[in-house]
Structures are given as C-alpha cells and as structure tokens.
Design a protein around this ligand. Structure first.
Ligand code: NAD
Length: 255
C-alpha cells in the first residue's frame, strides 16, 4: 500500500475530486481526515471508507474560517497522533464570477476567501505539525485557468489559483529544508459537480470547451487524484515546488 499509516487531511474531501481522493487514499492505507463544509456528504464519504475497511474521520470545516482550520489540524493530531499530508483541494467556482471590470467586490471576497485564504489557513496550522514530526507533503490544487487566458472570463477564480501557485513556490523554499514538500496540481476541466452542476449542463458551453482538449474528453476525478496519490506518497520524496498540469493537453493547444 502506497500510503500505509500516513495521516492525510483532504479539504473539500466530501465530493468531486476530494471525495475520490479520500476513497483512494484510504484504500492505499492512509488514515483520512475528510474536511468539508457539507457535513452530510462528508459523513457519507467516511461511511463508505469504513464500509470498505478503511480508517477515516470527518471534521466539519469551512476553510475560509481560520478557527476551523486550526481545529482541523488539531483534530487530525488528536485522533491519529500526527499529520503527514495536507491536500488543499477545497475550492469554489461561482457562476457570478466574470471579468475584472464587472465583478463586484463581494465576488472577489468570497472566491479569495475559500480558494486562497483557505489554503493559507490550513497550511498555517498543519505545516508546524509536519515540521515537528520531521516532514510531510502539502498538495495544493490550482487550475489550468491560472496558466492561460480565457475569453469567457472568471477573473477572481483564475487570480485565486495564480495565487495558489505563487504561495506553493514560497512554501517549497521555506519548508523544504524541514522536509516538508509543497507542490501544486493544475487540473484541466474535470467532470465533477463543480462543473457539471452548471457549466457543462449547457451544450453550447460544453461544445466550446471540448474541441480544445487534444485527448478528446473532459477529465475524470481519477485522472487527477492518482497524481495526488504520488505526491502524497514517499515515491515523490524529491519533488518540491513543482507545478504539475493534468489537463488532457489543453494548455499545450495553440490551435
Ligand atoms: P466540487 O465542487 O465537486 O468539490 C469541492 C468540495 O469542496 C465540495 O465537497 C465542497 O463542499 C467543498 N467546499 C467548498 N467550499 C468549501 C469550504 N469553504 N470549506 C470546505 N470545503 C468546501 O469541486 P471539484 O471539481 O472536485 O474541485 C476540487 C478542486 O479542484 C477545487 O479547488 C477546484 O477549484 C479545482 N479544480 C477543479 C476543476 C474542474 O474542472 N472540476 C478544474 C481545475 C481545478
């Protein structure tokens, strides 16, 4: 098993890619702390893991609240005695996020609070635990939208994810010497509730995006979480500060 006895905190661990990661990591021997703002789905994920013989705990967490993130790290350590992996996956992609010249301040506030400050707060309390125990792995989720422009703008989302990449580089350099590795994954469009609940239900929006993907399909959660599994495991012991794109080739596509 690739994560035997590692304690892995997964934010947004109730559904989408976070849910898939919670189940996969548990199957690979991890003790999984599922952190999510939606309690019912989070508890469901934990029950599924336990039904398969895995070990998991749900901690209700709104990552935009510093106190919740402090509580999350403390709960992981209280229950399992350590914290090896922090998988900062929670994120929002609201339909009312548009261009820099149109967005009201409230859109910036809500998107940055979850997508960027949420990672800051989780790291603030998890990384010291990792340093104390002699190492760990932080996996931050950004997006392909931080790497290229889009004529259908979602500027708060893209900017928040650009911030995640910059923050990851800072952390890699600061905490690498303490054996805490920080890396970032930039997924392309993945068929999870985040996209399927609104964007991909519209055939015109779907057809605009699909031809841009050289591999000819949208991504599935597993396409991303297998890379996260590698980053969580000791297989990636010398990977630090990397920005890894999993996008079917969309960011390589000029025409
Ligand atoms: P999703 O909406 O299916 O799942 C996100 C999870 O995060 C949900 O369980 C939700 O309840 C939780 N969450 C939302 N706000 C939270 C908060 N404040 N505190 C704690 N949990 C919260 O989304 P997904 O597609 O699985 O996205 C996972 C990550 O991947 C996000 O950071 C997203 O921005 C990023 N991403 C997604 C895509 C995509 O196409 N789906 C592409 C690039 C990046």
């Amino acid at each position: 098993m690739r994560l035997k006895d590692k304690v892995c905190v997964i934010t947004g661990g109730a559904s989408g890619m976070g849910g898939a990661a919670s189940r996969l990591f548990a199957r690979e021997g991890a003790k999984v702390v599922v952190a999510d703002v939606v309690e019912s789905k989070g508890q469901e994920t934990v029950s599924e893991i336990k039904a398969e013989g895995g070990n998991a705990l749900f901690v209700k967490t709104d990552v935009s609240r510093e106190a919740d993130c402090k509580h999350l790290a403390a709960e992981a350590v209280r229950e399992f005695g350590r914290l090896d992996v922090l998988y900062n996956n929670a994120g929002i992609f609201p339909a009312d996020d548009a261009s820099v010249i149109d967005n009201p301040e409230s859109v910036w506030d809500k998107v940055l609070a979850v997508n960027l400050k949420g990672i800051v707060f989780c790291c603030k309390y998890a990384v010291p635990e990792m340093i104390k125990q002699g190492g760990g792995s932080v996996i931050n989720i950004a997006s392909f939208t931080a790497l290229l422009g889009c004529t259908v703008p979602q500027d708060a989302y893209a900017a928040s994810k650009g911030g995640v990449i910059a923050l990851t580089k800072q952390m890699a350099v600061q905490f690498g010497p303490k054996k805490v590795r920080s890396n970032v994954i930039c997924p392309g469009p993945i068929e999870t509730p985040l996209l399927t609940q609104w964007l991909l239900t519209n055939p015109a929006e779907r057809n605009k995006r699909l031809p841009r993907i050289p591999l000819g399909r949208f991504g599935q959660p597993e396409d991303v979480v297998y890379l996260a599994l590698h980053l969580a495991s000791d297989e990636s012991a010398w990977t630090n500060g990397a920005v890894m794109v999993v996008d079917g080739g969309i960011t390589s596509n000029y025409f």
